[in-house]
Ligand binder design. Sequence first.
Ligand code: FES
Length: 73
Amino acid sequence: MASTITVNENGPLKVTGEFTLEDKDGIAYKLGGRDTIFLCRCGESTNKPFCDGAHKSCGFLDPGTARELAPKK
Ligand code: FES
């Protein structure tokens, strides 16, 4: 099962499916059996890299609308 990352409007990245979340040293986070997690993209979570709901009160706004990136150089 492939993983899917959904950019939520004004909120976190939802990651679902088969994935591994690793720190900078390649050590995997233990996710307690979860197959769906939410990663903070507002920068205000006190539980980074996970969302703790702080985006709701910090004024984070981003529509999360899909767009095309410039070609890779
Ligand atoms: S996106 Fe939810 S706390 Fe940052």
